[in-house]
Design a protein around this ligand. Structure first.
Ligand SMILES: [Zn+2]
Length: 104
């Protein structure tokens, strides 16, 4: 479905932008995504990148690097696109079900 494809593209894009530091967590307030997904993107993005000396960035998923912020972003969306979506999906489902348990 085209709409679902766009959704997945957006999730991977946002996650990579946050992980690489091209966008800050404060700037990230997309209205099109549910708050479970937004929270999941924030959490997952913080686990993807190691920052080495002089601001060099390394991919924790495959160990490649060093990258600049822009290079890190491009690497994540090109190489790990479906992994980013999978990680965010699993995390958002976990957040959603745990939040329901708290309310119940
Ligand atoms: Zn990688």
């Amino acid at each position: 479905m085209p709409r679902k494809g766009l959704f997945r593209t957006k999730i991977a894009d946002y996650t990579a932008m946050l992980a690489s530091g091209l966008m800050s967590l404060d700037e990230f307030e997309p209205r099109i995504l549910s708050r479970w997904v937004v929270e999941a993107i924030k959490r997952v993005s913080q686990t993807l990148v190691d920052e080495g000396e002089e601001g060099n960035l390394y991919c924790r998923l495959c160990g490649k690097g060093p990258y600049t912020r822009k290079g890190m972003y491009l690497h994540l969306v090109r190489v790990h696109n479906s992994t980013l979506v999978d990680l965010v999906t699993v995390e958002s489902e976990r957040i959603y079900s745990s939040s329901k348990r708290v309310k119940a």
